[in-house]
Write a protein that binds this ligand. Structure first.
Ligand SMILES: *Cc1c(COP(=O)(O)O)cnc(C)c1O
Length: 424
C-alpha cells in the first residue's frame, strides 16, 4: 500500500501520520456507514415504490410532455424526502437558481421575506436585493428582514418573534454554514425554529436551503416541518453523476408555485425536456448516500489531521457533522496555496495543473481554488478554495469516494511538509 502511495508522491512519514489518524476514527466512520445504509434503503424504497424501469432512462426533446422518467424521478425525490411534490430538472442551472425560483414563485409584491438565522448564502444577496441588483425581489416590491444569531450561535427567539409581522410570508433558513463561521444547523435545530415560527404565524412558508446537507443525517428538514427544501444536483443528491440541475421538494402548493416561475404561468411542470439526463439523475440519486458518506469521512479525516498539527478547524475533530464542508485556518498565504496545490495534485482530472490565486469578480481579496472534476464546478467532487486574507482559511469539501478524499488530504499535507510549513 505504502509503495502505491509513494508512486503518487506521498512520503512514508505522511502516510504513517495519516494511517494513525485513520485508525483512531473507526467508530466515527462506522456511524457514517450506518447513516449511509439507512439512507440507501430510503432511496431504494422510493425507487421500488415508484416502479423505476428502463423506460425511465429514455430521453425527451422539445416540450418534453409526458416524460415518464422525469415524472417518476420527481416522485422518487418526493418520497425520499417525504414531501407531497418535487421538481428535479436540468433546466434548474444551479443551487442559486433553484433557491431563486422557490422564492420568486412563492412571494408576491407586498410580502416580506424573513431570514431568522442570519445572512443567507452570498449569491442570494442579489436575488433578494440586499445588494441592489436588476430583477431582484426588492425590485418587485418584496421586502426583506434579517435576524442575527445570538453570540453563541443559537437562534434569537425574542427578536424573531418581533420580526414576524402581518407581511411576513416566507422564512428562509440555511442549513449549512456556507462560507460563514457560524456552526451549521442540525435538522433537529431547524425543526425547533420552524415550530417556533409556525407557533407565531401558522401560515408562513418555511423554506430551507438544503445545499450540502442531503443525506448527512437520516432525516431532512422536510421531516421536521419545512414546507420546501431546495438544493443543487452538483452537490450531494446528484451523487457526482448528475451533470447539471437542482431540486425543490415540498408541499404541492409551494412546488406548483415554483414551477410557474421555473417555466411560466400556465405551463408549470408540464414542460421541460430531459435531453438524455434521466439515467444520470436516477443513478446519481441512488449513489448519493454513499458518495455523501465518503465526503463526510474525508472532512472528518482532514479535521483530525489538521487539528492535531495545531491548526484551527471548523467543525472541530469531534463535532457532529451537519454538512460536508470542512474549514481549516492555515494561518499563512503559503499554507493556503500549498493545501490547494495538494488537492489539485490528487485529482483524477487536471492533476498536472497548478492553482494560483486570482482576482475573482465579486470578491474583495484574491481567491485560490482547486478542483479537478468530471463536472465543471461540481463541489460534491473533491475541491478546496479560500480567500487570500487572514486567517487564510481553506474550505474543503467533497470527494466521490472516501479513498480519493483521503489521498487529497494526504497530498495537501505532503505539500505543507515539503514547504516546511509543518513538521510531523
Ligand atoms: C452552494 C450553495 C448555494 C448555491 O449553489 P450554487 O450551485 O453555487 O449556485 C446556496 N446555498 C448554499 C448553502 C450552498 O452551499
Amino acid at each position: 500500500m505504502k509503495e502505491m502511495y509513494a508512486q503518487l508522491g506521498i512520503s512514508s512519514e505522511v502516510y504513517d501520520f495519516g494511517h494513525k489518524i485513520e485508525e483512531s476514527l473507526k467508530e466515527r466512520f462506522e456511524k457514517f456507514d450506518k447513516t449511509a445504509e439507512y439512507n440507501q434503503m430510503k432511496v431504494l424504497l422510493a425507487m421500488q415504490k415508484n416502479k423505476v424501469s428502463a423506460e425511465c432512462f429514455g430521453s425527451s426533446s422539445g416540450y418534453g410532455y409526458d416524460d415518464i422518467g422525469r415524472e417518476t424521478l420527481e416522485k422518487v425525490y418526493a418520497d425520499t424526502f417525504h414531501t407531497e411534490a418535487c421538481l428535479v430538472r436540468p433546466q434548474i442551472t444551479c443551487g442559486t437558481h433553484a433557491l431563486a425560483i422557490a422564492l420568486f414563485g412563492n412571494l408576491r409584491p407586498g410580502d416580506e421575506l424573513l431570514a431568522p438565522a442570519g445572512k443567507p448564502y452570498d449569491t442570494l444577496e442579489e436575488v433578494i436585493g440586499i445588494r441592489p441588483s436588476k430583477g431582484s425581489l426588492a425590485e418587485y416590491g418584496v421586502t426583506y428582514r434579517q435576524v442575527e444569531l445570538l453570540e453563541d450561535g443559537t437562534f434569537d427567539y425574542d427578536s424573531i418573534c418581533k420580526a414576524i409581522n402581518e407581511k411576513t410570508r416566507l422564512v428562509e433558513i440555511q442549513r449549512s454554514k456556507g462560507y460563514q463561521t457560524r456552526p451549521s444547523f442540525s435538522v433537529k435545530q431547524i425543526g425547533e425554529l420552524i415550530a417556533f415560527v409556525k407557533s407565531i404565524k401558522p401560515d408562513v412558508i418555511c423554506m430551507v436551503d438544503n445545499c450540502y446537507g442531503e443525506f448527512v443525517d437520516t432525516i431532512e428538514p422536510s421531516d421536521v416541518g419545512a414546507d420546501m427544501i431546495v438544493g443543487s444536483l452538483i452537490k450531494n443528491p446528484g451523487g457526482g453523476l448528475a451533470p447539471i440541475g437542482g431540486y425543490i421538494a415540498g408541499t404541492k402548493e409551494c412546488v406548483e408555485n415554483a414551477s410557474y416561475r421555473m417555466t411560466c404561468p400556465g405551463l408549470g411542470s408540464e414542460v421541460g425536456a430531459t435531453l438524455g439526463v434521466n439515467r444520470s439523475f436516477f443513478q446519481g440519486f441512488f449513489l448519493a448516500p454513499i458518495v455523501t458518506k465518503g465526503a463526510l469521512k474525508g472532512a472528518v479525516f482532514a479535521a483530525n489531521i489538521y487539528e492535531k498539527l495545531g491548526f484551527s478547524v471548523i467543525p472541530d475533530s469531534t463535532e457532529e457533522r451537519q454538512d460536508i464542508i470542512q474549514a481549516v485556518s492555515l494561518g499563512t498565504p503559503e499554507g493556503l496555496i500549498a493545501f490547494c496545490k495538494g488537492i489539485q495534485a490528487a485529482a483524477p482530472v487536471d492533476s498536472y495543473v497548478d492553482p494560483e490565486p486570482w482576482d475573482m469578480p465579486g470578491y474583495d481579496s484574491q481567491v485560490i481554488m482547486a478542483a479537478g472534476a468530471f463536472v465543471q464546478g461540481s463541489s460534491i467532487e473533491l475541491s478546496a478554495d479560500g480567500p487570500m486574507k487572514p486567517p487564510y482559511a481553506v474550505y474543503f469539501q467533497g470527494g466521490l469516494t472516501w479513498e480519493h478524499a483521503k489521498l487529497g488530504v494526504l497530498m495537501s499535507l505532503q505539500k505543507l511538509v515539503d514547504k516546511k510549513l509543518v513538521t510531523l
